[in-house]
Ligand binder design. Structure first.
Ligand code: ATP
Length: 429
């Protein structure tokens, strides 16, 4: 392959083939993998599509994509069976005939021999490849992949790979990835930074950063609502690492000015619990938790972080009323008068945990995670988070979450952790 003439693409389309994908029987993870790799190589992905193993439908979709991108990367449909129609469709649409590739036949025969089996004649069809293509040997399965350059088709170039990810991914890495790097000639540099925020709705953040979306045509700026808060992802496609770095840094700074520094808890791989852990270590403070509806999720998140023994010594899961009283000293009157999900109980849980652990901070959570247990006065999602700090009055906040059980529990734990983060920053909500 001559990278100068054959591997020069600025746009690509990804096509996954297999009727099962369109029936929802498995998730199209190939498309996700390829779209990410192509984008990271500085190639703009203009379409991601899926088509069934039906020659008419496949031909329609494939022809459409061939007209929409410099390169089409297609996975699946290279098997030996009747429904593996891709080779024929590629040949028709691209106007390149199929020829038997002897080296591929030999490689397949050898693979069967090593497994003590005889290759069937029907397998030979897998070695019928577009004339003049570059063959990608399949060391992980049977069907070879291939590359048909645009100079042979007069249209888009084609990369075809087998469907099973266990074959597609290593073949992509071995044959396609190095050439994609060359394809950008080392000129294009793609850099992505993700800003993580917590505590502000997506729509409000969107309003605050509205003018940043289309500031620079070489940048992609997106706002994404995630379970752990709202992420802002900034991607730069620039000529050279330095240009990309400074373009990203400039947009990060502009974002920080608009949303305010306190709701940003980290970048890229950093999670809320990492940010909290770093602050606790820096300020040499310890924390504990008293958890009812979260069942230990706060402690789990805190201890996800290596080195968390530096700030978490112990923690409680107090699910029943009896446990709340016996382990943390929550008063029977408070439970009787206000119920387990109440301000008073959240306060006494946090205060009891703080005292028993001898920590600097204690977080407590009591709530109705659902789906059962809600009443008109105390609906599903109602949650009280308590916050105790050595030498200060214990405080409590009321939340009403609207998710399912798992989401409500996660939001409870994250809000408790974020409260602690803001206190540690000296920026209480
Ligand atoms: P083979 O040579 O094994 O017949 P093939 O190229 O014909 O491979 P398919 O028959 O289309 O591939 O797919 C085989 C299996 O690979 C599917 O049943 C599925 O489990 C997995 N697979 C195929 N395409 C995808 C995809 N886009 N994402 C995730 N998994 C996939």
């Amino acid at each position: 392959v001559n990278p100068d003439s054959d591997w020069k693409f600025s746009t690509a389309a990804v096509l996954s083939t297999g009727t099962e994908i369109l029936q929802g029987l498995y998730a199209d993870t190939n498309a996700r993998f390829l779209a990410e790799k192509l984008s990271a190589a500085g190639i703009t992905v203009t379409a991601v599509a899926a088509a069934p193993d039906n020659p008419i439908e496949l031909e329609k979709t494939f022809s459409h994509l061939v007209g929409r991108a410099d390169l089409v990367i297609c996975t699946g449909g290279l098997g030996p069976t009747e429904d593996d129609v891709n080779r024929d469709v590629f040949s028709r649409v691209l106007g390149v005939g199929l020829v038997l590739d002897d080296a591929s036949v030999e490689a397949m025969r050898e693979r069967f021999r090593m497994r003590g089996r005889e290759m069937l004649d029907s397998n030979k069809v897998q070695a019928m490849l577009p004339a003049g293509c570059t063959v990608f040997a399949n060391n992980w399965g049977t069907a070879p992949g291939f590359f048909v350059p645009a100079r042979l088709t007069g249209k888009a170039a084609l990369v075809a790979l087998p469907g099973p990810p266990s074959e597609m991914i290593p073949m992509f890495n071995q044959f396609v990835a190095p050439l994609l790097l060359e394809c950008s000639g080392g000129r294009s540099c793609v850099l992505t930074r993700t800003i993580h925020t917590f505590g502000r709705p997506e729509s409000l953040i969107n309003d605050q950063v509205r003018d940043l979306f289309r500031r620079d045509p070489d940048m992609i700026y997106t706002v994404l609502a995630k379970p752990h808060g709202v992420d802002i992802r900034i991607t730069a496609h620039k000529s050279g690492a330095q240009a990309a770095e400074s373009a990203v840094a400039e947009l990060v700074e502009a974002t920080r000015q608009r949303v305010g520094p306190d709701i940003i808890y980290g970048f890229d791989d950093m999670q809320l619990q990492d940010a909290v852990g770093l602050l606790l270590l820096e300020k040499q403070k310890t924390v504990t938790a008293a958890e009812s509806c979260t069942g230990g999720l706060i402690a789990k998140l805190l201890t996800d972080v290596s080195g968390s023994s530096g700030y978490l010594k112990e923690s409680w899961v107090v699910y029943s009323n009896d446990a709340k009283t016996r382990l943390l000293g929550v008063r029977a009157e408070t439970l009787e008068k206000h119920g387990a999900v109440s301000r008073g109980v959240a306060i006494e849980m946090a205060a009891g945990a703080l005292e028993r652990a001898g920590s600097d901070y204690a977080l407590s959570v009591t709530g109705i995670a659902g789906p059962l247990g809600g009443t008109p006065e105390k609906p599903v999602g109602l949650t009280y988070i308590g916050f105790a700090e050595r030498g200060k009055p214990t405080r409590v906040e009321r939340f009403l979450f609207s998710g399912n059980r798992e989401q409500n529990r996660l939001q409870s734990a994250l809000n408790a952790l974020d409260w602690l983060r803001r206190e540690l920053l000296g920026n209480a909500p």
